[in-house]
Ligand binder design. Structure first.
Ligand code: PGA
Length: 249
């Protein structure tokens, strides 16, 4: 049985005190079963979050990392740095990193390879823009993104890969892919992994959906057979909403 995962991407939100408050509110919600729950605070709050969540099943993950281990890369952090504060999983390829920080598929290939080499889990994000969907290029765009960044990985690396399909037109817009659109794309993605690797890897890789997931729509999206959970932005900043989504799985 493949994993079910709900991950909260806090993006560039919450100062130190707010980070503590949100974590306390999440812990107060109590336990959950049958799902891995992860939260991604901003990098300067990772160590603090790892400490305050050390007695909880909620895992702390990074929002980004550089591909090099160390060196003259002002403002960046590496996999070994994340690991040194107890973070063993990282989001890579988020559409905001691609759009605002010029992250290319080539750079992402290096980042993924570097993370996997360090034995980190990667939550790899990808997805088409509105014009791609309108021109019916969405399957091709997704295939290209996966091909360029992931398909040169060795088979063994897939134990560490979680996929997150996030159509850009649905992120932070209130616009969600319909459960049918999500299922159609997730099944396509699983098929690509089977074609390029093998059935077993495809069957076991968790594919999350991201883009305006809320308590009101989570259950229907998560009920689809190839949707294994969600990557949550806005709704992850509210403990009640995030927990309601976790419980929808
Ligand atoms: P959203 O963000 O839930 O606010 O649409 C999702 C994401 O960016 O991962």
């Amino acid at each position: 049985m493949r994993k079910k995962i709900v991950a909260g991407n806090w993006k560039m939100n919450n100062n130190k005190a707010e980070t503590d408050q949100l974590i306390a509110a999440l812990k107060a919600k109590g336990s959950f079963t049958g799902v891995e729950v992860k939260v991604a605070p901003t990098s300067i709050h990772l160590a603090q979050a790892v400490e305050t969540l050390s007695d909880s099943a909620i895992e702390v993950i990074g929002q980004n990392m550089h591909q090099a281990t160390n060196g003259a890369y002002t403002g960046e952090i590496s996999a070994v740095m994340l690991q040194s504060v107890g973070v063993n999983s990282v989001i890579l390829g988020h559409s905001e990193r691609r759009a605002y920080f010029n992250e290319t598929d080539e750079a992402l290939e290096e980042k993924v390879a570097s993370a996997v080499k360090q034995d980190m889990e990667v939550v790899f994000c990808f997805g088409e823009e509105l014009e791609d969907r309108q021109s019916e290029q969405h399957f091709q765009v997704v295939e290209d993104q996966l091909h360029k960044a992931l398909f040169s990985l060795p088979h063994t690396a897939w134990e560490k890969i979680v996929l997150a399909y996030e159509p850009v037109w649905a992120i932070g817009t209130g616009e969600t892919a319909s459960p049918e659109q999500a299922q159609e794309m997730h099944a396509f993605i699983r098929g690509l992994v089977a074609q390029n690797f093998d059935e077993n890897i495809a069957e076991n890789v968790a594919i999350l959906y991201g883009g305006s997931v809320k308590p009101a729509n989570a259950q229907e999206i998560f009920s689809k057979p190839d949707v294994d959970g969600g990557l949550i932005g806005g709704a992850a900043l509210n403990a009640d909403d995030f927990f309601a989504i976790v419980q929808s799985i």
